[in-house]
Design a protein around this ligand. Structure first.
Ligand code: B4P
Length: 192
């Protein structure tokens, strides 16, 4: 199986690149942000809890997102692999993902991190906030809070995969297709 973790700060291009990657490699896209937004849209108790945290730019508790990923993995057996978009965001989430993948005799193939400076992230997310209904993209202070949470709580996940020799970093500033080609080169080297 080909299991890719797409990593980077909010607005780095994870969701954008995931859409292109699922088409190229026939993978299942698992975005914890999308799964949480679907819970919010359905008005579930989990969704109501998550919305408060997401609107504040904070992370949703590990057990909530791990539980969502666990049920997605169980519901998608026999597939070519997965793109994990926005997950794992903490070291305990990364440890849980390894344990869950072992159940299916597989593991994370590689992590690809998109590196983008804060000013560009803020610019992109405010731009998206003008047309999307994502309330977390409409307030600059809260966007900056998400970037701070990324730097303090999420960035260390890179070290987890670096220790396993699975970490690759890319400059996430540039044309969407140009960045996509660079991601594909890394993935193809893993498959070779
Ligand atoms: P996510 O849904 O993961 O959202 P995101 O990181 O903010 O951005 P995304 O990755 O989708 O956007 P993209 O860069 O593609 O998370 C939302 C919230 O959910 C989190 O803050 C947290 O509260 C919660 N959550 C999610 N997962 C969690 C977890 N595992 N644990 C705990 N909490 C969790 O694109 C952004 C914009 O940039 C787009 O408009 C795009 O068009 C543009 N763009 C992309 N690439 C570009 C490029 N190369 N050049 C110019 N613009 C570009």
């Amino acid at each position: 199986m080909l299991n890719i973790v797409l990593f980077g700060p909010p607005g780095a291009g994870k969701g954008t690149q995931s859409q292109k990657l699922i088409a190229r490699y026939n993978l299942v896209h698992l975005s914890t942000g999308d799964l949480l937004r679907s819970q919010i849209a359905q008005g579930t108790e989990l969704g109501l809890r998550a919305k408060k945290l997401m609107d504040e730019g904070l992370l949703v508790p590990d057990e909530v997102v791990i539980g969502m990923i666990e049920s997605q993995l169980a519901g998608n057996t026999g597939v070519a692999g997965f793109i994990f978009d926005g997950f794992p965001r903490t070291v305990p989430q990364a440890e849980s993902l390894d344990a869950l993948m072992q159940r299916y005799d597989t593991g994370v193939s590689c992590m690809i991190a998109l590196e983008v400076a804060e000013e560009e992230l803020v610019k992109r997310l405010l731009e998206r906030g003008k047309t999307s209904n994502r309330t977390d993209d409409q307030d600059e202070t809260k966007i900056r809070k998400r970037v701070t949470v990324y730097n303090t709580e999420t960035a260390q996940v890179a070290g987890f995969y670096a220790a396993q020799h699975k970490f690759h970093a890319l400059n996430g500033i540039g044309g969407i297709d140009e960045i996509f080609q660079q991601i594909c080169t890394i993935i193809d080297q893993h498959q070779a």
